[in-house]
Design a protein around this ligand. Sequence first.
Ligand SMILES: Cc1ncc(C[n+]2csc(CCOP(=O)(O)OP(=O)(O)O)c2C)c(N)n1
Length: 584
Amino acid sequence: MSESAEGTITGAQSLVRSLEAADVDVVFGIPGGAILPAYDPLMDSKSVRHILVRHEQGAGHAAEGYAYSSGKVGVCMATSGPGATNLVTPIADAYMDSVPMVAITGQVPSAAIGTDAFQEADISGITMPITKHNLLITDPAEIPRAIAEAFHLASTGRPGPVLVDIAKDALAAQTTFEWPTTLDLPGYRPNTRPHSKQVREAASMIVDAKKPVFYVGGGVVRAGAAEQLRTLVELTGIPVVTTLMARGAFPDSHPLNLGMPGMHGTVPAVAALQKSDLIIALGARFDDRVTGHLPSFAPKAAVIHADIDPAEIGKNRHADVPIVGDAREVIIELVSAIQAQYAAGKSSDYAAWWSQLNKLRDEFPLGYDTPANNETAPQQVISRIGQIAGPDAYYVAGVGQHQMWSAQFIEYEKPGHWINSGGLGTMGFAVPAAMGAKVGSPDSVVWAIDGDGCFQMTNQELATCAINDIPIKVAVINNGTLGMVRQWQSLFYNERYSNTDLQTHRIPDFVKLADAYGCHGLRCESPQEVDATIEKAMSLNDAPVVIDFQVHKDAMVWPMVPAGTSNDMITIARSLAPAWERED
Ligand SMILES: Cc1ncc(C[n+]2csc(CCOP(=O)(O)OP(=O)(O)O)c2C)c(N)n1
């Protein structure tokens, strides 16, 4: 990188050097006026690859997908004003799901800030409530420290998005580059080591409980604590439920796993929480989609709540034993504290609890109806993709029915291989996030399982995938409708289908669209063709593949706890509730 005779470089060069120093290997973005100075030296970087996306929302979700599959911080870049505001959705998404991400935006020159200048938007103000931290930089000398802090904040403690907004004049001005060796962040000291007294108290409650359950959330995936979790679970023999964000944190094939709790959870998982006398929450946040109507959630349970973020503890449900700490460290300490209890002669007997849960497991396995007229069940497509692609593949979903079926019918064995928008529920997440996941793990198979509605929000990134040799596989679960909304209309609005019919069996033609984007396009119109179509897609690796799976439009996601009602109201099919009360 060229330096002036005085040894100075531009702020833009300093930014690129900072990204190199932060070990960034890929940035997803789109240039524009305010960020343009940064794009010039970016062209010369030997280690930072820039992938030109087609929409900034795609850049943000790609950064998220990349973070999931690589374990590194995802980076996206955009210009001021509309470029920056197009990043708002993925920033909010990353915030809700604690995804480590750094977003870099250009800002209008500092003298123009506040004048409603062309393409001015107060992006740091706009994103204040949806970023872990954000900075507006007007002094070029501050660039290296800002970038170093951003990466540190995004990836430590509870991960999340950090925005660095840099005024154009700071990018253009001369400065010197100095990468900070230490960071001084007063007030930021995430407490990763749990308090041993709390851990001992938790261990003794766990050993004494009759009906305990591990309620495992996305924090366990973020903390890289899956192995430690397995040790803890096998030591105790306590049932496990894995939330939407934690699918894969504990193997689905393991006999102690009851599956996903919540609105579309399995009956045994929902019952395990509802009927327990002790919930051990690990990196989970008592989200309304898990608890249902909060006052009636798990009425007899005491709660041990371990989380890296103290603000989560007691937010929705009182914690009898709060533990602030990194999930991995908490679990390691819990294992030794429980071993100490056993060594001191204490023992637990969960036989009656397991027999209650096993009865539910036998009686209410996940399943689905086969549609009439030789139509394809969407669940069959998704389940076969999971079986054919296997547990080493990454599965990225959009939002809607196909997302819930992907959470239910694919067997996850490894943490981080299930990628979805859980907190914000962002339609359009799948294609760009799958693109990012494939960039982060180029040798892995990456499937986007998308709805026909979601797919139409961000499929422009297929062009990015085709041009940049990112061969993802996209299964469009085409039911011709905004399926999840239609399901609610079927159940709660007397089957009045106001504005949910997309008519996607006619327009657009997804196979032709795939072709137009330089992708392979396949169509599957009957259940007999499902396996052969998936296998064909698996064999095509020279370009992205898009499959139009034409499926039955009235399939529903079951079980379901209607929004705002008690988990006791779980139904396994229309108007059919399990009679689990008799188990007590
Ligand atoms: C950006 C955005 N807009 C609206 C919604 C509300 N919403 C949730 S699911 C859904 C329907 C999704 O339809 P589709 O992608 O076809 O998936 P399906 O439910 O049919 O599987 C809608 C509109 C949302 N979650 N995100």
